[in-house]
Design a protein around this ligand. Structure first.
Ligand code: CTP
Length: 246
């Protein structure tokens, strides 16, 4: 049968998995909607070795002195697509999709700046890209195999954001609330929410609590991987048949 034939070829040909064929999942949604928790829940369920979560937070641009001053007063707009270095993100995603290594910038929310160091990521089986603008740039949309929009009530999002930003991002409660009403909320309506209608394949209400939706995403990824592995095995088999007839 095809499986044992492919295994036999694999052994002889030092078969390695098709790294250049990473499955890309995009997860967008409001700040504090639980995108990162949802991504981790999917990874846990998937139980595969080569799954990577890439946060779009890594791709915030560094600021000049004047903008940086504004940022420390919670007056800089980090919720406009302008704040994100989409060119760098696309470059990294294309490299990973092509089976290459990508150097991911490291961003500090405390300094509002990109650090000098980078993190190297090697092409995984599955890559989850999560961020408020994960379904925004047409070049990214083109690369994605599945597009997810994570939904939560605005008050849930704001409460989560206050707790997280104070605990992990060096902010004050007053500062978080000021930034929320100045930029986060209006720009959610302007830029983030439209991705639900224009970009998403599935919408996940109640984020991480939604086991049905998580299972759907997991099943989709498993199905994709299975198809790719079948396709790869069939290609190997064809090569072997060709080699035998020559
Ligand atoms: N942001 C900020 N300061 C910066 C850069 C970004 O406050 N120097 C904020 C932006 O206002 C934006 C948010 O970071 O709204 C994006 O991160 P968020 O989506 O909240 O975090 P995730 O962990 O990716 O998502 P979730 O909360 O849904 O898990």
């Amino acid at each position: 049968d095809i499986d044992s034939a492919a295994n036999a070829i694999a052994k002889r040909a030092h078969y390695s998995p098709p790294w250049a064929d990473v499955s890309l999942i995009g997860i967008a949604g409001s700040s504090g909607s639980g995108k990162s928790t949802l991504s981790r829940a999917i990874v846990n369920k998937l139980n595969l070795p080569w799954v990577v979560i890439l946060s779009m937070d890594s791709f915030y641009k560094s600021l000049d002195a004047e903008s940086s001053k504004k940022a420390f007063q919670n007056e800089y707009d980090f919720d406009s697509p302008e704040a994100i270095d989409f060119d760098k993100l696309v470059e990294c995603l294309r490299d990973l999709k092509a089976g290459k290594r990508a150097e991911i910038p490291i961003y500090s929310f405390e300094k509002h700046a990109r650090l000098d160091k980078t993190t190297a990521i090697y092409s995984p089986h599955v890559l989850i890209v999560e961020g408020i603008f994960a379904l925004y740039d047409p070049r990214v949309l083109d690369l994605l195999d599945m597009k997810v929009f994570c939904e939560a009530d605005a008050d849930t999002c704001l409460s989560r954001r206050i707790l997280r930003d104070v605990e992990c991002r060096g902010r004050s409660v007053e500062g978080v609330i000021k930034q929320w009403f100045m930029w986060v909320k209006p720009n959610f309506e302007k830029f983030v929410d439209p991705q639900r209608k224009n970009g998403a394949d599935i919408i996940v209400p109640r984020g991480v609590e939604n086991l049905v939706a998580i299972n759907m995403v997991v099943q989709f990824i498993e199905q994709k991987l299975l198809e790719k592995s079948r396709h790869h095995r069939a290609a190997l088999l064809q090569l072997e048949i060709q080699a035998q007839s020559e």
